[in-house]
Design a protein around this ligand. Structure first.
Ligand SMILES: [Zn+2]
Length: 206
């Protein structure tokens, strides 16, 4: 299928990991309140944090507002000291958890931990149904702790039509900034969408 060739003002907000309970809760509340489409890339290693939000997230997933992609269970780099069997197990364990918790498949989207991947990894994950490697072209820069000013500076720099934005549910800095980010999106007339909408992928096909 062809996407419309007319330029759009779409952006995809993609939120990784989830090791801070307060930040995950904030993102879930933000999704519920704002109705803004989001893609979460959670690690099952933090399932204790995510599982308590399953009842809220499931209907949002069902409605197509929230999409879940696979970021591995363990968040270990795939390029160092990993056997193929170990990599497969790490991804399939996360998929099983995502299916049972959120009622959806994460296929065909795979976000490699740290963005580290190579042709071998791509072929391996492709065999598991992950035919789309999820990289990014903009970032909130919050994989480590940064200030609200730094985060909004990056939001202002990168939230433009066509951006796949990388954020992390790991540090609370974002929690006080959701309103400012919504304002920025509205001022720039941006249209946040899921990966499915942005790239024409589908849950039914997986
Ligand atoms: Zn990550």
């Amino acid at each position: 299928m062809f996407q419309a060739s007319a330029p759009t003002r779409r952006i995809a907000l993609t939120i990784d990991d989830g090791y801070d309970a307060q930040t995950v809760a904030g993102y879930v509340a933000f999704a519920q309140r704002s109705r803004i489409p989001l893609t979460f890339n959670p690690n099952g290693a933090y399932s204790a944090v995510w599982n308590r939000h399953a009842d809220v997230l499931r209907p949002l997933v069902e409605a197509g507002q929230v999409q879940i992609a696979n970021h591995t269970w363990s968040h270990k780099s795939l390029l160092k000291n990993r056997t193929d069997a170990d990599i497969r197990a790490d991804i399939e364990r996360n998929e099983q958890w995502i299916q049972s918790t959120f009622g959806t498949t994460s296929r065909p989207w795979f976000r490699p931990p740290y963005g580290f991947h190579n042709q071998h990894v791509d072929a391996l994950v492709g065999e598991l149904g992950y035919t789309k490697i999820l990289m990014w072209n903009g970032s909130f820069g919050d994989s480590t702790l940064i200030t609200p000013e730094q985060l909004m500076g990056l939001a202002s720099r990168y939230l433009r039509p066509g951006t796949v934005m990388l954020g992390h549910a790991n540090h609370a800095t974002i929690l006080g900034l959701f309103h400012q980010i919504e304002q920025l999106i509205a001022e720039r007339r941006l249209e946040p969408v899921t990966l499915d909408t942005m790239f024409g992928t589908s849950r039914a096909v997986g």
